[in-house]
Design a protein around this ligand. Structure first.
Ligand SMILES: [Cu+2]
Length: 490
């Protein structure tokens, strides 16, 4: 026993991992054996960046969705049935550059791949369990036979490690759906097992617009201690990493659209709290939920819509204003990454003397928070390995100072259309037309020079190499703090 444990911890780098690793290895072997049973070859993804939409190679045609920091699962057409193969398994997911989490997912990533079908399609989904414990898959929002609903114990026995089960039904209702386990749910969703599902209408639907860009992602959350990589699975409410498709800003790709595009964002919430999603510079309407399209008479303009736990929302807008528009959750602690919630409010507290005294005892102690916390976005603080800064990201004008559920919608006149090979490329930062930038007031009659900041030539999407320095701005960008602590240099 001792020697076995010794061997395993040597081989796999930690006793805590061994039970899961052994179970996974055993189940992987059983899954390999089932590959003789005529299953579709499982397709896996190892990257966390946004993959190009998957144009349907067969079956009824549709305009495919783009999965933010994700991808769409290819299928095999067999006697008119679309066959998919999902493999539930431990995965490594880069949450943002500099931090990778050990999660559970499907086909190599968390969330799993998006499944895209057409109303009326017959769908067969093989689910192989390479997790160390039982699972099921529930097809959230679908009309289907009760026995295909995937609730462990209620509609089926759980899928044992190593087993492959098959679900089969007709996608009866067009719309926005998701899939997730209905077995040991709290653990399995806290570990990242989930995926998106889109059913396109088979003909023009009076309540479903044809859009130029159709983009989907799930809201999820993790509780990972700074320096650690595995989520705590018994957390009920106090999660510390707020993610879209298991990515946190600045790891969330920006969304690139052409001016005038009609844009649909499909968002599902599998966290344990609500998220008021907020757009800048535009108004949208909620055009659908996981229950179906919203009647036109029941739609109204919004700039924020709350997405409750277990809900999905389709929002649509015309991207008619050029620029780099923020799009984020409006809970301000959801646009931050993990760090001490226990930091007391020190705004207005003079810390200079205090810091000097503490420094005699604790070299390197830094006073912070005296004038607010923005400075933290520019501080080069030492962090444990595999930990994201709480407030980070750089834009053309300096620190963005965000984390979590935050991204940018880049609207450009010359963005190629969605179906063009370069339709989703990152256009770089916005070049502001003269006279359209907020500026430092220097008194009556002083016409501050207005010019374009030099747009970086390199792409700026987080998955791609970033320019190392912010573009110099011709406009003086000194921010004057409200209080007059002139002795405190910035
Ligand atoms: Cu939120």
């Amino acid at each position: 026993m001792t020697s076995r444990r010794h061997f395993l911890s040597g081989a796999f780098g930690g006793a805590a991992l061994t039970a899961a690793t052994v179970a996974t290895a055993a189940s992987a072997e059983r899954v390999r054996r089932t590959s003789l049973l005529g299953l579709p070859e499982p397709v896996a993804q190892s990257r966390a960046d946004t993959q190009a939409p998957l144009s349907p190679p067969n079956g009824r045609s549709y305009r495919p969705v783009l999965t933010l920091n994700g991808w769409t699962l290819p299928w095999r057409m067999k006697d008119g049935v679309k066959e998919f193969h999902l493999v539930a398994e431990p995965v490594l997911r880069e949450i943002a550059p500099g931090m990778t989490a050990r999660l559970w997912g499907y086909n190599g990533q968390s969330p799993g791949p998006t499944i895209e079908v057409v109303e009326g399609d017959r769908v067969r989904i093989f689910v192989s369990n390479k997790l160390p414990e039982v699972t099921t898959v529930h097809w959230h929002g679908q009309r289907l036979p009760n026995g295909m609903d995937g609730v462990s114990g209620l509609t089926q026995p759980p899928i044992q490690p190593g087993e492959t089960w098959v679900y089969e039904f007709t996608a009866r209702r067009p719309g926005t759906f998701m899939y997730h386990p209905h077995a040991d749910e709290m653990v399995q969703m806290a570990m990242g097992l989930m995926g998106f599902w889109v059913t396109h209408p088979k003909t023009r639907h009076p309540l479903i617009s044809e859009v130029d860009r159709d983009i989907c992602f799930l809201l999820n959350a993790y509780d990972i201690e700074p320096g650690a990589s595995s989520p705590k699975v018994n957390t009920m409410l106090d999660f510390n990493l707020w993610t879209w498709n298991s990515r946190a800003f600045p790891g969330i790709d920006s969304i690139h659209v052409r001016q005038g595009d009609r844009v649909r964002l499909r968002i599902g919430n599998l966290t344990m709290t609500n998220h008021p999603m907020h757009i800048h510079g535009h108004e949208f309407e909620v055009t659908g939920t996981d229950g179906g399209p919203v009647p036109k008479t029941a739609r109204w303009p919004e700039v924020t819509t709350d997405i409750g736990v277990g809900q999905m929302r389709q929002i649509e807008f015309i991207a008619d204003e050029v620029g780099d528009w923020a799009f984020h959750c409006h809970k301000s602690h959801h646009t931050m990454n993990a760090m001490g919630h226990g930091v007391p409010s020190l705004i207005g507290v003079k810390q200079d003397d205090l810091a000097r005294q503490i420094n005699q005892l604790v070299p390197g102690y830094m006073a912070m928070g005296e004038n607010g916390m923005h400075d933290m976005a520019e501080m080069d603080m030492e962090l444990p390995d595999n930990t994201l800064p709480m407030m980070t990201g750089t834009g053309p004008f300096g620190a963005i100072g965000m984390g979590g559920m935050f991204s940018t919608i880049k609207v450009r006149q010359d963005q190629p259309p969605a179906h063009h090979p370069d339709g989703h490329r990152d256009p770089g930062w916005f070049r502001h037309p003269p006279g359209t930038l907020a500026r430092l007031w220097q008194g009556e009659g002083s016409s501050a020079p207005q010019a374009l900041p030099d747009a970086p030539t390199a792409p700026t999407s987080p998955s791609l190499p970033r320019p190392t320095e912010a573009a110099p701005s011709p406009v003086e960008l000194t921010v004057r703090k409200p209080a007059g602590h002139s002795g405190h240099g910035h």
